[in-house]
Design a protein. Structure first.
Length: 165
């Protein structure tokens, strides 16, 4: 894996029904209403009834003074189990949400395998990698907290890690 490639894994544990968590994640156009780090989501193409083929344009912001913009095309939907897509733009690669439940806790595992698409990001990747990871973890932490608030649920825990290269 090159310096400009990233493999992040985030796990959310939320004391909420699986269906409620699925519904919130499966509707990215609503994310800016509850997830402050999602500045904007534009639906470019609708896709099939289950969402496969849908194309959304995202603008994300975090604590660092830049925004990340990319398009995400939904490539696979398995209701209440997984949601996958391919990203292109400032980052290029794939993302996959995996859903499961244990007792009254829904477990959401997000895998983000991308490489930077912007020139300055590629150039700075060898030294800025810890900052890029920190920004990703910050955005995902805020997302877990916001989703728990939206669902009036308890956030049981959040884990962040970078997969081995």
């Amino acid at each position: 894996m090159r310096a400009s490639e990233y493999r992040f894994i985030t796990v959310w544990r939320i004391a909420a029904p699986l269906q409620s968590v699925w519904d919130a994640i499966h509707d990215p156009s609503a994310w800016p209403h509850w997830w402050a780090c999602v500045e904007r989501v534009i639906e470019v193409e609708t896709g099939a009834r289950d969402g496969v083929g849908a194309l959304h344009r995202y603008t994300w912001k975090g604590r660092l003074p830049y925004r990340v913009r990319f398009d995400m095309r939904v490539t696979r939907v398995e209701p209440l189990m997984s949601l996958e897509g391919e990203a292109s733009g400032d980052v290029e690669g794939s993302g996959c949400w995996h859903f499961s439940s244990q007792n009254d806790v829904t477990i959401v595992r997000y895998e983000w395998r991308v490489r930077t698409g912007r020139g300055w990001m590629k150039l700075l990747a060898p030294i800025a990698r810890p900052l890029f990871k920190w920004k990703h973890d910050y955005v995902m932490q805020r997302g877990a907290e916001a989703l728990a608030r939206r669902l009036d649920a308890r956030l049981v825990g959040v884990e962040h890690r970078e997969a081995q290269r």
